[in-house]
Design a protein around this ligand. Sequence first.
Ligand code: PMV
Length: 356
Amino acid sequence: MNERRILARAPSNIAIVKYMGKADVARNLPANPSLSMTLSNLCTFVEIRPSAESRLVAEKPEGARGESPSLSAEGAAKFLRHLARVFERAPTLLAPFGVVVRPAEAVEIRTANTFPAAAGIASSASSFAALTLAAAAYAAEDVEAFRAVYAKDPELRRRLAALSREGSGSSCRSFEGPFVAWDGERVEAVESALRPLSDLVVVVSAGEKKVGSSEAHRRVRTSPHWEGRTIRAANRYADLRRALARGEFAALREIADADFRDMHRLFESSEPPFSYFAPGTEAVLAFLGSFAEGNAPIAVTMDAGPNVHVIVHQADEERWRRTLADRFPEFPVLVDREGTGAEFTVTGVAGGEARS
Ligand code: PMV
């Protein structure tokens, strides 16, 4: 048996223009283009190693940080289905890059998240991106050949991103960074002239979500505000690309604000309506709103959850962390920075350990 072990690490990402609603449910094609900032330390590790039968092991991978999450039976089955999808597609996906694939074999998967399970941070983007990369690297006959292409040819990242999208939509934006655009089948890094940014996550509530994202994607179509959503999001997407190219933080702030409010208004006007807001979310938003009105360089957004993401220049990160911690001592603040996307290490093949 081949003793190769692959350890992939993929970060989470925070959308400024949100993916909400699917154009094709089976293939996870989005109703509108989206654009996100890739994070770095809020991430998932996935390790793949040979085994007698394919299974998920509830242990932390060797060399990983964080904690092994407890997956539901449904979550575990979805993960294993995606593993099978990557192994099945690997030969056609890797052939154009001159990478040969070896026969599929049974493997064990171990996974860990650096963000606490109770932080209310969605892990599907980071975990599916890490799984896709780990499985593709594992499948390559010559992992060093795979590594070389992965390091220098962005097209391989785009293809892996498209495959990852089929497991979890937003995971396709975790292969590059700091800014990544997703439009239909296409995923690509976009140029930004902004100074380096940080994301401060105010963890207002860490509880389990009542409405999962698949259900949210379905239900928003019942909202009277669904009409026009695709166009509103596509316009913001175009505006954001322009703002990034010009380094206009104030425009990013306006777009982030308009789009997360648009998405949450869809949730609240769906049939039946739902809300992710928790006691405290409004107070945090109001507090931050007072700074935004004063033109402070902060952008605020929320995902399908109760927590508030505050995007600031890295140079101001500590000052804002303190401001938030002083005003809301009851809410933990996770601090992360923009990053460059998924990567992997190999152990167990000749030559020991190497990093992508
Ligand atoms: O990738 P999914 O199906 O879990 O959808 C996530 C959608 C949002 O996080 C709410 C927005 C986004 O673009 O990431």
